[in-house]
Ligand binder design. Structure first.
Ligand SMILES: Nc1ncnc2c1ncn2[C@@H]1O[C@H](COP(=O)(O)OP(=O)(O)OP(=O)(O)O)[C@@H](O)[C@H]1O
Ligand SMILES: O=c1[nH]c(=O)c2[nH+]cn([C@@H]3O[C@H](COP(=O)(O)O)[C@@H](O)[C@H]3O)c2[nH]1
Ligand SMILES: NC(=O)CC[C@H](N)C(=O)O
Ligand SMILES: [Mg+2]
Length: 542
């Protein structure tokens, strides 16, 4: 994988003349910028802020947005734009909007000055906008509530720039140089706490930059089918890692449209699946999806590698590596039948998987922290024989669900709660192979999910599951003292898995589930409910 591969896989083509390119300097909100722009029906994608100029030119953007980031432009080692960036921008009349770090970088690059602020601005702030600016147009809201997150501030503007908004603390909040098509916001218009943020982005992109808001998800479908046809030779075969989850089901259906019977799907039973999942998934694939799928039993292979491993990142890397081994072995088997080894692997990787994982080159996340290595991205081994096809790599879950509807993927698949590839391994804290942990967790999880379904709540919850804790607590059951395991239940609401809130069940529901679990699952005498949002927690416990 590398820059070239990523660019092949993006959902944009050169003829998308309305492209908004977000250059990422490591802000936790960068993904939200692209997301908000797409919500405005404008196509946007993101690459690393320090990508070479050739990568930017290849994408031919009409607008470039420079994201925020944790660094300070006045300190050594702060990430910067590639050489020749500003010449390229001016020569091609590209509009540039800097957000937070992006604004500060623009100011510093063009001859202004940025310094540590005397009083920093974090969280909800009020700004006052000046009438008559291009950036805000005829906006009626002179005072706006915005979300700030900065410790540096602009103390001197480059030539040709004007201040067009200030915070109530008198710090620069927005600047512009319309003659050069340069604009900057010190706050984050992309977060919902900036009450007029979407309006400002829409006005900037449509009215100031003249972009037509006509991008549709349908475009992704056609573009991806063309891209895949271009990548895969007429005689080439492709395998698809199919989990039965939303993402790989949509990815497989899309690739099947492009290359038909040269696609071979493989479902891996890694021993980390939920109660009766293998049987259920294989049955629905056959009856509803009509895609040929081979099931590989790799239970022993995975569990023996995971024995005694307790570190979450180690578990993820082992699982990522083992998946690839299985796929390589599957290719060898196919080679015997086809006379030819498959060259490509389709995965249902989504944008959030990329954002949170160890950043691969060109992913646009070179300046952020690794939160956890999703098995299908950061958990992949460095040397891979198969080339990746990831048609959903730049999409969020809700966009994938919509794409699935366009592709007529049965509703049952699209409505499923996400289930991570490392499965129960990241829901059993500590050693996965510890006596009965997997079996216990399967039973607890099944009771919880069935209760949610029976209560008619499944579709209002984004994801729900149980966690096995390596903690024993004292209980009293049938007048006897017990010293058994505690389990945790988690249910969340979310739009895209990037941020989440815990789901507020009625106490009666929780009481009933808790009783059912303790009464029917041996070895469990305590149930706790997770009431943490993301952030500060993540969805999974590991
Ligand atoms: N058991 C499995 N067998 C084969 N491939 C798998 C398996 N589990 C995960 N994968 C691969 O890893 C990718 C990422 O997993 P992930 O759980 O994010 O997506 P998904 O399972 O397709 O969808 P969902 O998020 O709804 O669970 C999948 O799209 C699929 O390509
Ligand atoms: O396929 C996957 N491989 C992984 O390694 C992985 N880790 C987390 N997840 C899923 O991603 C979403 C966000 O989860 P976190 O807040 O725990 O990162 C949630 O939906 C998680 O279930 C994964 N999916
Ligand atoms: N959120 C940001 O982009 C912050 C930029 C810079 N690190 C500052 O503190 O001012
Ligand atoms: Mg899954």
């Amino acid at each position: 994988m590398g820059e070239a591969m990523d660019l092949n896989n993006n959902i944009h083509t050169q003829n998308n003349t309305n492209m908004v390119l977000v250059m990422d300097f490591g802000s936790q909100y960068t993904h939200l910028i692209t997301r908000r722009i797409r919500q405005l029906a404008i196509y946007s994608m993101c690459i690393s802020g320090t990508s070479p100029l050739s990568a930017i030119k290849a994408l031919n953007p009409k607008v470039i947005i420079l994201s925020g980031g944790p660094h300070s432009v006045h300190l050594e080692g702060a990430p910067s734009l590639p050489i020749g960036f500003w010449d390229y921008v001016f020569k091609n009349g590209i509009n540039v909007l800097g957000i937070c770090y992006g604004l500060q970088l623009m100011v510093q690059n063009l001859g202004g000055e940025v310094k540590p602020a005397e009083s920093q601005e974090y969280g909800r702030m009020e700004i006052c906008i000046y009438k008559g600016s291009e950036l805000y147009g005829d906006c009626d809201f002179v005072r706006q509530e915005v979300w700030m997150s900065h410790g540096d501030e602009v103390v001197r503007l480059p030539e040709g720039f004007d201040i067009v908004a200030k915070s109530l603390q008198n710090a620069v909040a927005a600047i512009e140089n319309p003659a050069k098509k340069l604009y900057g916001l010190q706050y984050h218009p992309e977060v919902t706490h900036s009450t007029h943020g979407m309006e400002t982005l829409r006005h900037f992109l449509c009215d100031v930059c003249g972009i037509a808001a006509d991008w549709k998800l349908q475009d992704v479908l056609q573009e991806q089918i063309q891209t895949i046809k271009g990548m895969v030779g007429l005689e080439d075969h492709v395998i698809c890692a199919l989990s039965g989850g939303v993402d790989s089901t949509v990815a497989a259906t899309l690739v099947h449209k492009a290359i038909g019977s040269r696609l071979h799907c493989v479902f891996v039973d890694n021993g980390l699946l939920r109660y009766k999942e293998r049987e259920r998934v294989m049955a629905t694939f056959e009856s509803e999806l009509h895609l040929p799928v081979t099931c590989v039993d790799a239970v022993e292979q995975f569990l023996s590698k995971l024995k005694g491993v307790t570190d979450p990142e180690r578990k993820r890397k082992i699982i990522g590596g083992e998946f690839i081994h299985i796929f390589d072995e599957f290719c060898l088997i196919l080679e015997k039948d086809l006379g030819k080894k498959p060259k490509f692997l389709v995965q249902g990787t989504l944008y959030p998987d990329v954002i949170e994982s160890c950043p691969p080159p060109g992913s646009g996340r070179n300046h952020s922290h690794t939160i956890k290595s999703h098995h299908n991205v950061g958990g992949l081994p460095e040397e891979m024989k198969l080339k990746l096809i990831e048609p959903l790599r730049w999409l969020f879950k809700d966009e994938v669900r919509k794409l699935g509807e366009i592709l007529n993927v049965p509703r049952g698949f699209l409505k499923r709660h996400p289930f991570p590839g490392p499965g129960l391994a990241v829901r059993i804290l500590g050693d996965v192979t510890e006596l009965n942990a997997l079996e216990t967790l399967r039973l607890v999880d099944e009771i919880f999910i069935n209760s949610i379904k029976d209560a008619g709540l499944y579709d209002s919850i984004w994801q729900a599951f149980a966690v096995f804790l390596p903690v024993k607590t004292v209980g009293v059951q049938g007048d006897r003292r017990t010293h058994s395991h505690a389990v945790a239940l988690r249910a969340i609401t979310s739009e895209d898995g990037m941020t989440a809130d815990w789901y507020q069940f009625e106490p009666k529901f929780l009481a009933e589930v808790s009783a059912k679990i303790c009464n029917s699952v041996r070895g469990v005498n305590r149930v706790v409910y997770d009431i943490t949002s993301k952030p500060p927690s993540t969805v999974e416990w590991e």
